[in-house]
Design a protein. Structure first.
Length: 109
């Protein structure tokens, strides 16, 4: 090995050693920072909710009637009105369904 090559190899070795040591220093500093930041933190919760005051007298639920109907407000409407209602100007609540697409059967290999 010529003296010039030997000098070049020595310079490359010291440069690599400096880069490795700089990387180790940065890794050590970041690990110490992580260790210092991992102190337990106290979570702050929301204050408890305050309920509405209790009614002075207990209310009875409405009496149920067998076979009765449930009132609905507003009254339900069909998604697709009948043809007579469409002639009078009623519009369907939903767009028409797309036609089913049929593909040829998959052939076995």
């Amino acid at each position: 090995m010529s003296p010039e090559q030997r000098k070049r190899v020595t310079l490359d070795f010291w440069l690599a050693a400096c880069l490795v040591s700089a990387g180790l220093v940065i890794a050590g500093l970041s690990l110490t920072r992580l260790g210092a930041d991992s102190l337990p933190h106290i979570a702050q919760g929301n204050p408890p909710l305050q309920g509405s005051p209790a009614p002075s007298k207990p209310e009875k639920p409405a009496e149920s009637k067998p076979g009765g109907t449930r009132p609905t407000t507003p009254a339900p409407e069909p998604a697709r009105p009948d043809p007579q209602a469409q002639e009078q100007g009623a519009k369907p609540a939903l767009p028409p369904a797309p036609a089913e697409k049929m593909a040829p059967p998959i052939k076995d290999r």
